[in-house]
Write a protein that binds this ligand. Structure first.
Ligand SMILES: NC(=O)c1ccc[n+]([C@@H]2O[C@H](COP(=O)([O-])OP(=O)(O)OC[C@H]3O[C@@H](n4cnc5c(N)ncnc54)[C@H](O)[C@@H]3O)[C@@H](O)[C@H]2O)c1
Length: 292
């Protein structure tokens, strides 16, 4: 879809972080943008700010883990702008579960699967039929992560498992869209970590996924993680959300499936994982050489 000006983009998780940056990049390219988020106040603030920069942006409070909420988002987008050409299933959470996974609350899994997996499935079911029927070029971008999407960090089972699912769902979607004008991409934000709200996902935890017992340890913050990385001698670098958003727009324009910036660390982990599968060897090199 080389010519994006005047086209309509819907971005979930659009109140902050990568989703907001997608709104900025798409809006600056002349697109009409619908930002959706489960946090209505930050969403309204972001929409105000982007409108203040002259961008054609509206906000629709949405919980992607609820199908009716996602169909209402689609209907609102169609009513406001007449159709949808680009859907970014970007909303995501880190469950922040503590301790070994056999002690994690089932609610941690339900919440992560609800947002990170069902959110993507809901988006596909709600939007893709209309995209195909519209007979115009359209594109779905699903946000995965190097963690899980390429190889898992054992310390974050919910996140890694759900982001692996996003890759497979998007591969199947791409395969099944053959012969239509709709395409798909999977996004691995990076190459480095982003200082976004992801470490404070607990702020957006819906009541029906509320924890069932009190937390024993504080949530990891991005600052605490930075300290751990420093202590382990890991070089610290950050990617800005706008870089990810710009790469996403470029991939939509040029129909590239893998939105995966060069990153020697995740490339190595993926290579080790693939080699371990092909060799039928124990996966210690990438699962036990890292903390957690
Ligand atoms: N930050 C990183 O380093 C990083 C790395 C890899 C992948 N990602 C992925 O990028 C995506 C965007 O994350 P981010 O880093 O911008 O974090 P973020 O927390 O800043 O943004 C995520 C947004 O999703 C919203 N959200 C949460 N639950 C929702 C729900 N049920 N319905 C609708 N919206 C909901 C949040 O309110 C938030 O505004 C996520 O899918 C995340 O997993 C982030």
């Amino acid at each position: 879809m080389q010519d994006v000006a005047g086209k309509v983009a819907v971005v979930t998780g659009g109140a902050g972080g990568i989703g907001r940056a997608m709104g900025e990049a798409f809006g600056a390219a002349g697109m009409k943008v619908v930002l959706a988020d489960v946090q209505p106040e930050p969403l309204a603030k972001t929409v105000d700010e982007l409108q203040g920069h002259g961008l054609n942006v509206i906000g629709v409070p949405t919980d992607v883990s609820v199908y009716e909420s996602v169909t209402a988002l689609r209907d609102a987008a169609v009513e406001a702008f007449g159709g949808v050409h680009v859907l970014c299933n970007n909303a995501g959470i880190g469950a922040g579960a503590e301790g070994p996974m056999w002690e994690h609350e089932l609610r941690d899994w339900e919440w992560a699967i609800g947002v990170n997996v069902w959110g993507v499935i809901h988006g596909i079911n709600a939007f893709v039929p209309g995209m195909i029927a519209g007979g115009e070029e359209c594109h779905v971008v699903n946000t995965s992560s190097g963690n899980g999407g390429l190889s898992p960090l054992p310390s974050t089972p919910q996140y890694a498992a759900t982001k692996a699912a996003v890759v497979t769902i998007t591969e199947c979607l791409y395969g099944q869209l053959a012969g239509t004008l709709v395409s798909a991409s999977v996004l691995f934000p990076g190459p480095h970590m982003l200082r976004t709200g992801l470490f404070e996902s607990w702020r957006s935890r819906p009541d029906r996924f509320a924890k069932t017992r009190p937390r024993q340890t504080p949530y990891t913050t991005v600052d605490a993680l930075e300290e751990q990385m420093k202590a382990a001698g890991v070089p610290i670098a950050y990617t800005e959300p706008i870089e990810v958003a710009t790469a996403t727009l470029d991939a939509v324009r040029n129909d590239r499936f893998w939105i995966h910036p060069d990153n020697p660390r995740t490339d190595d982990a993926l290579r080790q994982r693939t080699q371990s599968i092909l060799d039928r060897s124990q996966p210690d090199s990438y699962l036990r050489a890292v903390p957690g």
